[in-house]
Design a protein around this ligand. Structure first.
Ligand code: PLP
Length: 413
């Protein structure tokens, strides 16, 4: 049980101090207990606690949207606020379908996701998502969905520092799906630039660019789900900026408010925005929205978080520490049962060979050892994921690696 948090550390109910190697759940990018955010939240609750997002507005939502548009990829100048990553994904998929209909292409209804992709837990998200356990209990899901193959290839790319060399051709599977259904029936492709929950899977060099070329050639919208990669995780504000590939729609959440208040944001290009804005003033442009869209308190938290990110240059931090982080983690490559270590920016995974007949067991032992020795890493089966707050210092990286090293050795006995 975690009971309080400050900077890089949680405190738990047993009195332990635990290094947060996960930024909570990939979200507390500026570290815990940031007074600038809690004070902004308290001020906002007292000043304007709520304002309806339909028919009315409030200045902070516009100020926040404008600040976000300034740091977003070039053409993504318009923002729709949600309350979570899952809602951002549903919103993005609906905007994609609505856009094509408005352009007179109503047959463009199919959506394409990717194996091992994670896009939240709502119906659209699990349908385009590619994690079997998240789908198997819930029936057929949306119809008209295809999946690209995932890009993890341990045989060819194990222990790569940064983006793997092999795998660009996996993007060409999109051409095969298009050949099968015809582009005139396909609305959008949604991928995480780097898959987080599916096992921290980096895009092979050139892969995202190729997806962009194919989608553009066929008039298909490209959606990047940057719920994890947004706000500095892989360096720059967004993965699309770091890796130089601009989508048509981008989904975000998590680091948007430093995880302090639930909030998400969907960014769209001018062209998509303008397609919806053709009716008279009195007409609703998009029949979609949430009671808490653009909540004033969430906007206050988000603006305060953005101030910290910018003042402390935290969007550069993942690039500054990338080598140190990579080299420290890769120093464990010879340990028993370590079959891959992959990283980019300040996100990484260690993949372990499963114990015979007991998948996930070895990973759990390492996770437990680390926690009991004051380091929180994320356990997903035999993959351990690390995504620390961007305020991390080299000494924290050493602390993390030393706990992991011990845990991996113990779990091999
Ligand atoms: N999309 C991605 C890429 C995510 O990693 C997540 C959550 O981890 C989501 C969507 C869903 O976000 P939320 O849990 O805020 O609904």
């Amino acid at each position: 049980m975690l009971t309080s948090a400050e900077g890089m550390y949680y405190q738990d109910d047993k009195g332990r101090s635990v290094l947060d190697g996960c930024a909570g759940l990939w979200c507390v990018n500026a570290g815990h207990g940031r007074k600038e955010i809690s004070e902004a939240v308290a001020r906002q609750v007292a000043k304007l606690d709520y304002a309806p997002p339909f028919q009315m507005g409030h200045p902070l939502a516009f100020e926040f949207a404008e600040r976000l548009a300034e740091i977003a990829p070039e053409k993504l100048n318009h923002v729709f606020f949600t309350n979570s990553g899952s809602e951002s994904v549903e919103t993005a998929l609906k905007i994609a379908l609505g856009y094509h209909r408005l352009k007179g292409d109503a047959t463009r209804q199919r959506l394409i996701g990717r194996e091992r992709g994670y896009h939240g837990v709502n119906f659209g998200g699990i349908s385009v998502g590619g994690i079997g356990n998240n789908r198997k209990m819930f029936g057929a899901g949306l119809s008209g969905i295809d999946h690209l193959p995932h890009t993890l290839n341990i045989n060819l790319n194990a222990f790569t520092k940064g983006l793997p060399e092999h795998g660009v051709e996996l993007a060409d599977a999109l051409e095969q799906i298009i050949a099968l259904h015809d582009a005139s029936n396909i609305a959008a492709v949604i991928v995480e630039p780097m898959s987080g929950s599916g096992g921290v899977i980096m895009p092979p060099q050139g892969y995202l660019k190729r997806l962009r070329e194919i989608t553009r050639k066929h008039g298909i919208l490209l959606i990047f789900d940057e719920v994890i990669t947004g706000f500095g995780r892989v360096g720059k504000a967004f993965a699309s900026t770091r890796w130089g590939v601009e989508p048509d729609i981008m989904t975000t959440a998590k680091g948007l408010t430093n995880g302090v208040i639930p909030m998400g944001a969907v960014f769209v290009s001018d062209e998509i925005h303008d397609a919806f804005m053709t009716g008279p003033e009195s007409m609703i442009e998009l029949f979609h929205g949430y009671t808490y869209s653009g909540h004033p308190v969430a906007c206050a938290a988000g603006l305060a978080a953005l101030d910290i990110y910018e003042k402390e240059n935290l969007f550069d931090r993942a690039i500054e520490l990338e080598d140190k982080f990579a080299e420290s983690l890769l120093s464990m490559k010879e340990l028993p049962n370590v079959i891959d270590i992959r990283n980019t920016g300040l996100v990484a995974a260690i993949e372990l060979a499963p114990e015979t007949g007991k998948p996930g067991e070895r990973g759990h032992k390492v996770f437990k050892h680390c926690y009991e020795n004051g380091v929180l890493v994320r356990w997903t089966g035999d993959i351990l994921a690390m995504s620390p707050p961007l305020i991390i210092e080299p000494a924290h990286i050493d602390q993390m690696v030393s706990a992991l090293r011990e845990g991996i050795l113990l779990a091999s006995n």
